[in-house]
Design a protein around this ligand. Structure first.
Ligand SMILES: Cc1cc2nc3c(=O)[nH]c(=O)nc-3n(C[C@H](O)[C@H](O)[C@H](O)COP(=O)(O)OP(=O)(O)OC[C@H]3O[C@@H](n4cnc5c(N)ncnc54)[C@H](O)[C@@H]3O)c2cc1C
Length: 409
């Protein structure tokens, strides 16, 4: 059996490990355009911050490929997939045949439309090399502009602030982490960012960058100008699907997969940030681009590729992040449409600066936001993940922390 895995991130690696557990003789090829062993992508922000040496990023001991008997094809990009011939065309001209294929190509940073985006010292923060390039530019950086108030934008801003750079965060929506949290939690986060010295501008985007070779400023949509000598674009990501024949493999935003992580093309699987599976809370297809999902989906895909039929009940968005002195946890669907079938309960405790917001649909909890006192988050996430019918008074779930007695079913 010829297994080919495109992408050596956590999804690709988890799949390779599963395959090897079940099939000790099959050939595994692992292709990646990054010439590196698998590494912990979320931790690249700690390298920027200066608290982690890049040598600590790999997630397995060196010698991984020999240990798992994998043929690595690194520094090479898949440019085309032929689903009928079951072959891949690589950027160096090689053609690689496959029996079972895993697409685990992750996601690419979402570009922005602004004149001057080609200027030097404008970066994305998606991979190790991006951060190494930022570090090289750091000695001449006094003022940085971070575009986007999401998780990656926040991590970039935090890292640069820690390095003593004067950082402005530009958030088009009214508050940070707007995809994850509501306006009340967003206002708490915003206050915390400003309290710790971050300049935050809301309600504006960038229309153009100025500078000759390197960026020296940005023109904002409200007409104002901001001087800066480094820009980080953190406007989210898009699944990496450019090489996929869309007439053979269904692609919506991501590659559509079933409960076995198999695509609409038999023998071709997808996992991780590139995959679109059923979201447990929404009950519709969604791309949940987070590390634990990528690991789980990769493991599952690997088992199914090696012939063990295993299904999952879908994916779930979840995140925990510390924003200076605030702990923020989100899980499930926190932005349902304005519809009476959804019930929303909130509680704010000013003295402990604690906030909780729960979203219910029928007798199920489908979304939770916790700001501080996040120790009850595990209980809430389990309820969402397993669609546990709620038979207790719902307000019990707003306690900080939730008392175990009050959630006995
Ligand atoms: C700065 C940062 C912070 C993050 N923080 C968190 C966090 O706190 N919590 C969390 O849950 N998640 C976080 N994430 C997201 C998390 O890193 C991803 O969900 C996870 O890495 C996805 O893994 P993956 O294996 O699907 O894809 P990736 O890790 O993106 O791996 C895909 C690999 O495939 C390669 N590739 C792509 N296209 C091709 C091609 N055509 N040919 C060959 N190779 C290709 C890519 O270059 C890459 O090496 C963060 C991400 C970033 C960037």
């Amino acid at each position: 059996m010829n297994y080919v895995i495109i992408g050596n991130g956590i999804a690709g690696l988890s799949a390779a490990e599963s395959i090897r557990q079940l099939d000790s003789t099959g050939h595994i090829f692992m292709i990646s355009d990054e010439p590196l062993e698998p590494y912990c992508r979320p931790m690249i922000s700690l390298v920027l911050q200066g608290v982690l040496d890049p040598s600590k990023l790999p997630i397995r001991k060196s010698g991984l490929y020999q240990f798992l008997n994998i043929t690595p094809v690194l520094g090479n990009r898949v440019v085309q997939m032929d689903a009928d011939r079951k072959t891949l065309l690589l950027s160096d001209g090689q053609i690689l045949p496959f029996d079972r294929l895993l697409i685990a190509t992750g996601a690419d940073p979402r570009p922005i439309k602004a004149a001057g985006s080609h200027l030097h010292r404008i970066f994305f923060m998606r991979n190790r090399q991006h951060v190494m390039d930022m570090l090289e530019a750091l000695p001449e950086t006094r003022r940085a502009l971070v575009i986007g108030g999401g998780l990656v934008g926040f991590k970039a801003a935090y890292g640069l602030l820690h390095r003593g750079v004067d950082v402005t965060m530009l958030i088009r929506s009214g508050y940070p982490l707007s995809l994850q949290v509501d306006a009340d939690a967003g206002a708490m986060i915003l206050r915390e960012l400003v309290r710790h010295g971050l300049n935050v501008r809301v309600g504006a985007g960038v229309t153009a960058f100025t500078g000759n070779m390197a960026v020296t400023g940005a023109v904002l949509s409200d007409g104002s100008e901001l001087p800066c000598d480094m820009v980080i674009i953190g406007k989210g990501v898009l699944p990496s699907v450019s090489f996929i024949p869309k007439d053979k493999v269904q692609v919506d935003l991501g590659v559509v997969v079933n409960a076995h992580m198999e695509t609409t093309c038999p023998g071709v699987f997808a996992a991780g940030d590139v995959a679109e599976s059923v979201d447990i809370a929404r009950k519709t297809r969604w791309v949940n681009a987070i590390w634990p999902e990528a690991a789980m989906q990769g493991r599952l895909a690997g088992m199914n590729m090696a012939g063990r039929s295993v299904a999952c009940n879908g994916s779930l968005s979840r995140n925990v992040i510390r924003i200076f002195d605030l702990d923020v946890m989100t899980a499930g669907w926190n932005h349902p449409p304005d519809d009476p079938r959804f019930e929303i309960l909130t509680r704010f405790h000013p003295r402990s600066n604690t906030y909780r917001r729960l979203v219910f649909e029928g007798n199920r909890l489908i979304g939770a936001t916790l700001v501080n006192h996040i120790e009850s988050g595990g209980i809430l996430m389990t309820m969402i993940q397993n669609a546990i019918p709620i038979s207790i008074p719902r307000r019990n779930l707003l306690q900080f922390p939730i008392s175990p007695k009050s959630v006995m079913f």
